[in-house]
Write a protein that binds this ligand. Structure first.
Ligand code: ZN
Length: 385
């Protein structure tokens, strides 16, 4: 049975009477003579609210009645109140969907395929074969023009014969027909709750669109949701503005400047690293030994490899153990004329200390979690047997 109390979205308080109570696991399902609670359906969520100051935990329809789950058993007269803010917000979102679907249906003869509501943004999918920025902009102008015109939204209960003038007979399957009209623009069978006229939508923002498998999704934000959304975004922009000491409109310029500065710094770091490696290799090449075993703890892996390659331009071989944070990295490099095989040497070393890696004849490398006890093994590892 249709609950006509839901025709007025602002009816959020009501005195009613308990007519049935069913217990379930210490909770109580209540049915009342009348109710203002909307049970989930048509893409619209359950109403949130209280009955005699007890929160309504769940709603369900059974035997043609709506049951309300409470943590106490109530009797006699009760006072119901529904959260108006939540109710109004979802009515705005739902009614906006009617409006957008009606406009696009009238202008482009497209069908609505699905509707999705979320806290942040909603979307409606249409069977469009194309959709453009211009169409999105025109839709927004059209919606807000009609909101300014404040078309009335009426709920009517037509006879089957009168409904057939607007809706094809195969859609008129319900026993009782409930129709939502927006002025002369739209005539739609719907059991949900709506705002009483378009001005209650306040404003619709078409926030984007997206190609889907069956058409296009048009995204929108409206009314209270739009104001919340603007508030949240302003907060983020304000924080970013303070951090960069720039106004909102110059934030992107500031971000690009930072990115360019970072690139320049990275370039400088690479130049100084190279200079350091040259100096370090010159210092090591002054040593008398022809095979160098070195320990470093201030270089990244790439630098260690470069250092090893610089050393074997003049020396026979280099074994470098690098400690990089908690990890170790071992590089074995041999000169082209040495007749040695770095890959085989690395395999031999990895059997002794269980490190993983591999490489080529001239350079092999690998590592694992750093262990102090390996240091002596690696730094005394015999290259020539
Ligand atoms: Zn509706």
């Amino acid at each position: 049975m249709i609950n006509k109390l839901l025709d007025n979205c602002f009816l959020t308080e009501l005195n009613s009477e308990v007519i049935d109570v069913k217990e379930e696991d210490g909770y109580y399902w209540h049915a009342f003579k009348e109710t203002i609670f909307y049970p989930e359906g048509g893409g619209m969520a359950d109403d949130i609210g209280m009955i005699d100051n007890h929160k309504v935990l769940k709603l369900k329809e059974e035997e043609g009645r709506l049951y309300h789950l409470l943590d106490v058993r109530l009797e006699g007269s009760v006072f119901m109140s529904v959260n108006l803010h939540e109710r109004f917000r979802k009515c705005q979102i739902h009614t906006s969907q009617h409006l957008i679907s009606a406009l696009l249906g009238n202008v482009y003869k497209v069908k609505t395929l699905s509707h999705h509501v979320s806290d942040e943004e909603n979307d409606i999918e249409f069977d469009f074969d194309h959709f453009t920025d211009k169409m999105a902009f025109e839709l927004q102008v059209l919606c807000n023009g009609l909101i300014r015109d404040d078309l009335e939204i009426s709920i009517i209960y037509p006879t089957r014969a009168s409904a057939q003038q607007f809706v094809s007979a195969d859609k008129l399957t319900h026993e009782e027909l409930r129709v939502v009209r927006i002025g002369n623009l739209d005539y739609n069978l719907c059991g949900c709750m709506h705002v009483p006229s378009l001005r209650y939508l306040q404003m619709i923002y078409i926030s984007g669109y997206e190609k889907t498998k069956h058409g296009y999704k048009v995204k929108y934000i409206c009314g209270d949701q739009l104001l919340d959304s603007v508030g949240k975004r302003y907060q983020v922009l304000d924080e970013a503005s303070r951090t960069l000491a720039l106004s909102h409109l110059y934030l992107n310029t500031g971000i690009h400047k930072l990115l360019n500065e970072q690139k320049a710094l990275e370039h400088d770091v690479a130049v100084w690293k190279q200079k350091y490696l040259v100096l370090e290799s010159e210092r090591l090449l002054q040593k008398e030994e022809d095979v160098l075993h070195e320990f470093v703890d201030d270089m990244d892996v790439k630098s260690v490899v470069m250092l090893a390659q610089m050393i074997v331009e003049k020396k026979t071989a280099a074994v470098i153990l690098a400690k990089v944070y908690d990890n170790c990295h071992v590089v074995i490099a041999v000169s082209k004329t040495s007749g040695l095989n770095a890959k085989e040497l690395f395999q031999r070393l990895s059997q002794a200390i269980h490190i993983r890696g591999g490489g080529t004849e001239l350079l092999a490398q690998g590592g694992g979690i750093y262990q102090e006890s390996w240091k002596e093994t690696i730094l005394s590892f015999p290259i020539t047997e």
